[in-house]
Design a protein around this ligand. Sequence first.
Ligand SMILES: CC(C)(COP(=O)(O)OP(=O)(O)OC[C@H]1O[C@@H](n2cnc3c(N)ncnc32)[C@H](O)[C@@H]1OP(=O)(O)O)[C@@H](O)C(=O)NCCC(=O)NCCS
Length: 395
Amino acid sequence: MYDYRLLDDPLQILSIAKAAFAVRNPEQRAIEEWLASSLEQGRELYGVYGDNSLVSAFMLYDFQMRLRRSVVPMGGIGLLCSRLDARGKGAVRCMLTNSLETMQQKGHTVSVLEPFDESFYRNYGWEKFSRLQAIELSPSALRIPEDPDSEITATDFPFPDDESVAFYNQYATQHHTLAQRQQQEWEKKCTIILPWNEDTAARGVVHFSSDDQVVGLMEYELTRKSGEYMSTFTTNLLAYERDDVLREMMRYLKRLSHQVSIIRMDLPMDCDLWPYLVDRPKKWTIRDMFMIRIVSLEAMNGLSIDAPDMSLCIDVDDKQARWNHGIWEILVDSGILGVRRGYNADLNCGIGVLSSVLSGFSSFREMISARRAEPKSSYRGQDLPKATTFLADYF
Ligand SMILES: CC(C)(COP(=O)(O)OP(=O)(O)OC[C@H]1O[C@@H](n2cnc3c(N)ncnc32)[C@H](O)[C@@H]1OP(=O)(O)O)[C@@H](O)C(=O)NCCC(=O)NCCS
């Protein structure tokens, strides 16, 4: 009934996306430009056709993302939508199932998306992946004594220089589940300001250096509401290895107090800022962000992982990607994950549960306790340690 393929004419998605995301008239021209620039940068649009007319579509992004201790190809799904008159008729179900084959052919190990509704994507094998803490505070709430001997210099750049880009990419291979960023990703972040970002005044990075070496990077956006004097400084990336660099970052933020009234930060769950604060932040919320799905279990073989040796056989239920369906032996040997076909399962679970556990967001113990995974009599409690997941790219 439906025909899935790469979009014949990318502009076909415009009318569907405008309605599906209720894009207001003044914003529509920008959507066209954004779409054109996305395609130039290598994103692809796929969709399903019914009677030769497009009924639903999505944009596929190609990322290199850290997973456990390796960097793997990740297929990002965005702009997913269907025509108003096609709703509830299975077009998106058909499209998501086919998208897995596309991603498998492209060599993506996993797929990540930001869900509008978790239960919708859970049906197709995506499961919870990342959680962040959103902090809002006034710069005057920061308490960091000045340090005249500090040798760290902070420099504001509207666009990261080559050293900053290299520093970030090196950092992203070692921390959380960050994605690599090339010139085009930084351009999207720093230079493309769309009509719905009408409060945006400036974007860029603050580069922290010591002995002519980059030692930290803070990405930011400065916004101000029309008619107001004070502005808001938002950052969702504090990249640092050393405590004195974090301290210098906090000092930098504190010094903005004459202009900035609010600092907003989206931070990984393991970043604890309270020792730098005189009081509780104005707002402090926990938000679940992305969901993840294994595209190819076989491609997880060889992943570097910080986990003790273990082995177990899992009967994996994957209704959409049949190549993942069946019994697999998952083992860790000297910090390397082994994944191969197995016999006699110790545990039954769906691909979503396994995706969340292998990503580090959840554990078999949690999943068994919630009855999302079913242990057999041979299961001896084998598990993988959880890890802090955090992705700072939105798509
Ligand atoms: C979300 C959206 C893509 C779903 O598209 P759709 O064409 O209705 O999808 P399908 O007909 O293929 O249905 C997919 C599943 O959702 C269910 N579903 C669809 N509409 C539903 C509704 N209004 N209420 C409850 N379930 C619904 C279907 O039953 C189906 O489940 P199944 O696979 O178990 O049968 C569409 O509503 C949309 O474009 N929304 C606006 C844009 C958006 O929010 N995109 C998501 C960005 S992350």
